[in-house]
Design a protein around this ligand. Sequence first.
Ligand SMILES: Nc1nc2c(c(=O)[nH]1)N[C@H]1C(S)=C(S)[C@@H](COP(=O)(O)O)O[C@H]1N2
Ligand SMILES: [Mo]
Length: 258
Amino acid sequence: MGKKGKPEEGKDEKPGGLTRREFIGGAGSIAGGLIVGSALLAGACTRGPNTTPGPTSTLPPDTIISPDTLREDRIPPGQYQTNNWPVLQAGGVRRIDPPQWTFTLSGAIDNPVVLSYDEFMALPTVQVFSDMHCVTTWTRLSNLWEGPGSKTIAELARVRPEARYVIIKAPGGFSANLMMDDFMRDDVIFATGHDNKPLTAEHGAPARLVVPHLYFWKSTKWVTEVEFRVDDQPGFWERAGYHNRGDPWTEQRYQTSP
Ligand SMILES: Nc1nc2c(c(=O)[nH]1)N[C@H]1C(S)=C(S)[C@@H](COP(=O)(O)O)O[C@H]1N2
Ligand SMILES: [Mo]
């Protein structure tokens, strides 16, 4: 447990803060220690010395295991492990009133629809076990997410074959762009729950994307629209100088990174 007090919740993350490290060594709160499947992972993965938190119970049946959680060393280069869960976004936390919220599917699709909160929450869900890596260098291991998978959303949209990019949008003009191949993975999820609890407003309720294999800025909180596109359209952080793809394992942090 850390001794520095609470993480800097709700603090803005700014383009000028490319090298900020405020969150390093932040307070220890209870991490998702309740979820990791010891029986499941023990045989599959040799843990390095810095890959705690350790397993304490079993994952729900049929949980999708994100491939990166099976790496021998789960901490990408230049990252450090935190057991907190920092709250980061441009601007303040959005507190969304469910009746006011809609989830829109648009672009190069055959089924453009606008779902209400109740319609979205009635979609079939999956559970995904994955790690998260923020470009500001914190990594949080062993999260259990619940919500509709990206493939469920793509099927519902009836994506046309020419679509090659997906733009995930949020209130206030925020967006993040993804290649279809990065979106259409089994462990990409529109999370409505985390570690067996409903997602909080701070972390993106009612639904936030989670793309485990890319830096966490791609994981749009408070998703309002998913637009499938033929051409790419760099999003908020990408236009602010971050890499267009953002692979943490090759440190694709900034536009200038390889
Ligand atoms: N709508 C929205 N989603 C966003 C962001 C944002 O600025 N706006 N920032 C991203 C960044 S940089 C990170 S690290 C994660 C942080 O998610 P968390 O607050 O749940 O840790 O949200 C991502 N999703
Ligand atoms: Mo981030």
